[in-house]
Design a protein around this ligand. Structure first.
Ligand SMILES: [Fe+2]
Length: 309
């Protein structure tokens, strides 16, 4: 097995102001499949082509935002090793017992200097069916219900000290820098895109004074046509669209940014190139940051830098 260590984004727990509105948005409009509810009132979803029990968990709260973002790692030995490595680096880690999240094993949680709670886990119940593993059809009815992304893909988080965050993700967790945007001073990073795989990003950070903020959680679609279809479904359901359909210069993905009913931004996107850890990072200069973020508009909209949850 070539892929070891941290495998991929596994789950995001998102705070919503009204649970029923959230269930309608993530279940009917986005088209995720509800897979469970727990004694705390949290509601669990997966995308149609995901095999694990859950990837999006909604928690009703007084403020919107993200509680934590979790990565799946290869096995128990990897989980234990990364826990030790994080502590050796100087971070405090916490073990969350198996079952605290439905159908999910023990998690290792730690806070990164941007103020975000990051988790590692390796066990989550397989939700595949016979159709998943034996003579599978290319898609199912659920692949046509709502926007119907393939999977939870990545998130973009806003907070301070992103160079320290990059150090932890790259030196301890085995990620690598794929792209970055440099500020007006020509040296400080405004934003970083990090990968633990061959995806152009598995997590990204933008420098921001307030810690722990969510810019967006992103869901992968199969084609540019499905991005257009997603925009149609958003308008049919009066979803507040931030921008798009358009294209990012950074990662080359095609994209729509929109807001859930609680004001959490989400992205439905397609594409983005494949990269490898030996590649040198791509750098975007301050004068071209607009082109990097929105390739067609070639300028940032004010909301991109200021509206977070
Ligand atoms: Fe994104």
């Amino acid at each position: 097995m070539a892929m070891t260590g941290v495998l991929r984004p596994g789950h995001a727990q998102i705070r919503v102001l009204d649970l029923e509105e959230g269930i309608n948005h993530y279940g009917k409009v986005l088209g995720l499949i509800e897979t469970g509810r727990d004694s705390q009132g949290r509601v669990y979803f997966k995308a149609w082509d995901e095999r694990d029990h859950n990837s999006v968990i909604l928690r009703e709260a007084d403020t919107a935002g993200i509680d934590f973002f979790g990565f799946k790692v290869a096995d128990q030995a990897t989980l234990d090793k990364l826990d030790r490595d994080l502590q050796a680096y100087g971070l405090k880690t916490e073990r969350i017992p198996a079952g605290e999240l439905l159908e999910t094993g023990e998690r290792v949680r730690f806070e990164v200097p941007s103020g975000h709670q990051i988790e590692l886990f390796w066990e989550k119940s397989d939700y595949g069916t016979d159709d998943t593993y034996t003579n599978p059809p290319p898609w199912t009815d659920e692949a046509e219900r709502g926007i119907a992304p393939i999977r939870l893909d990545h998130c973009l988080l806003y907070g301070p000290d992103i160079e320290k965050v990059q150090d932890i993700f790259c030196k301890v967790l085995g990620f690598y820098l794929v792209e970055h945007v440099i500020m007006e001073d020509g040296k400080t990073d405004l934003a970083i895109w990090l990968s633990c795989s061959t995806k152009a990003h598995d997590i990204a950070f933008v420098r921001h004074p307030e810690p722990g903020k969510l810019h967006h959680v992103s869901f992968l679609l199969e084609s540019w046509e499905k991005v257009l279809r997603a925009a149609d479904i958003m308008s049919m359901n009066k979803v507040s669209i931030d921008i798009g359909p358009t294209r990012h210069g950074i990662t080359r993905g095609t994209t729509i940014y929109a807001f859930d009913p609680s004001g959490n931004r989400f992205e439905t996107f397609c594409g983005g190139y494949q990269c490898y850890p030996d590649w040198k990072p791509v750098r975007w200069t301050w004068d071209e940051v607009g082109t990097g973020i929105f390739y067609h508009d070639r300028k940032l909209n004010e909301r991109f830098l200021t509206v977070v949850s």
